[in-house]
Design a protein. Structure first.
Length: 83
């Protein structure tokens, strides 16, 4: 397991394996759509795209939760400034 994934797991330690798997999938989907940008505006655009594509509200909320967890990990990792 890579260092980054291990840290992500540690930050989500109170989550079920299914939730962690869903979070990882949500982050991968976001990075597939917006590989070069991780900003509030890009995330809002991505979530709007999900809604426009007909994603269920629970799916959109789960993807937002995944991106929040990923942002927390990026702050701990030093890859993102704490805002």
């Amino acid at each position: 397991m890579s260092y980054g994934v291990q840290c992500f797991y540690q930050l989500a330690e109170n989550k079920s394996p299914t939730t962690i798997s869903s979070y990882l999938r949500g982050v991968r989907l976001y990075l597939g759509a917006h590989p070069d940008e991780f900003s509030r505006e890009a995330i809002q655009q991505y979530l709007a795209e999900c809604i426009a594509d007909g994603k269920e509200p629970n799916t959109v909320r789960l993807r937002l939760a995944a991106l929040r967890q990923f942002a927390r990990w990026m702050v701990v990792d030093g890859s993102l400034a704490d805002a």
